[in-house]
Design a protein around this ligand. Structure first.
Ligand SMILES: N[C@H](CCC[C@H](N)C(=O)O)C(=O)O
Length: 284
């Protein structure tokens, strides 16, 4: 099977994008194809596969598959790249439009240069989900998870759990370079207290408008950046009184910076770059 693709990244979080407005893929092979395309030795190499598709409730839809073939519910970096692709290829012809994910419908705003190229994208990601059972995380129904003791291996972390349509568990550390990403990330991802798995973020608070950030992603391991994770990190930092709601926060991820704002109306806005790397044909 010959599959046209475009490889794109948001702050180094890179995916293989398949345009289902112009290509068909069999639903039953999607997970297998995500694994194949993501393999850096026998495939193209990426953090996963993203489908850009016709949607019922928005001008364009996005589905995301992690490197391990699991389907995620949302992807912040993927949304910015999807918005860039949709505008530059004429799927949409306005600078503001909606994108439907498995989690919700979000609103995208693209910033275009004189060559009609999208240089920056802002996404209204909607509201975070904080109820434990909706993360989902095991424990007392109807409660939130803020600075809760959480033992992993021989360590007692203090975690805050946030869903952006996909599950995140955020731990504050004193020094981001000492975050136990490699040692604990995989255990946290698959911890039974998170029935659907979890993306594990570590943050170092620099000031009330600046964080350092690292992530072990569910289904992909350590990535350069995680857009939904950066949103979850700002929510967690706010709930722990480290940053102020309604102020823009600069999040320094390994692959670059995102500007995140948790507004007074509860919506979270994310602004950052999106880049096209290459396009071609994948021989599946
Ligand atoms: N690994 C995530 C999906 C990708 C999210 C991330 N790459 C982003 O930019 O938000 C999950 O399984 O929930």
């Amino acid at each position: 099977m010959k599959i046209p693709f475009t490889k794109m990244h948001g702050l180094g979080n890179n995916y293989i994008y398949i345009d289902l407005f112009h290509t068909d893929l069999p639903e039953e092979r999607l997970s297998e194809l995500a694994v194949k395309m993501s393999n850096q030795n026998t495939g193209i190499g990426s953090d996963g596969m993203i489908l850009i598709h016709p949607a019922e409730k928005a001008e364009v839809g996005m589905r995301i598959f992690n490197k391990d073939g699991s389907e995620g519910m949302n992807c912040g970096n993927g949304l910015r790249c999807t918005a860039k692709y949709a505008y530059e290829t004429g799927i949409v012809n306005t600078k503001e439009f909606s994108i439907q994910t498995k989690a919700n419908v979000v609103h995208a705003i693209v910033k275009v240069n004189e060559d009609k190229e999208v240089e920056e994208v802002t996404i209204d990601m909607g509201e975070p989900i904080l109820q434990r059972e909706q993360i989902p995380m095991l424990g007392e129904t109807g409660t939130t998870v803020i600075n809760e003791p959480f033992q992993v291996a021989d360590e007692i972390l203090h975690v805050t759990a946030v869903s952006m349509g996909n599950p995140h568990v955020v731990t504050m550390v004193d020094a981001i370079d000492e975050a136990p990403l490699t040692r604990l990330g995989s255990m946290m991802e698959k911890d039974e207290r998170f029935p659907e798995g979890v993306n594990a973020e570590f943050i170092e608070v620099v000031s009330d408008e600046e964080l350092h950030f690292r992530v072990w992603e569910r289904g992909s391991g350590i990535t350069e950046a995680c857009g939904t994770g950066a949103c979850a990190a700002v929510v967690a930092a706010t709930l722990n009184n480290k940053v102020t709601k309604g102020k823009k926060v600069i999040v320094h991820l390994a692959g670059g910076d995102l500007v995140i704002e948790w507004k007074e109306d509860e919506h979270i806005w994310m602004t950052g770059g999106a880049e096209t790397i290459a396009s071609g044909i994948f021989y599946a």
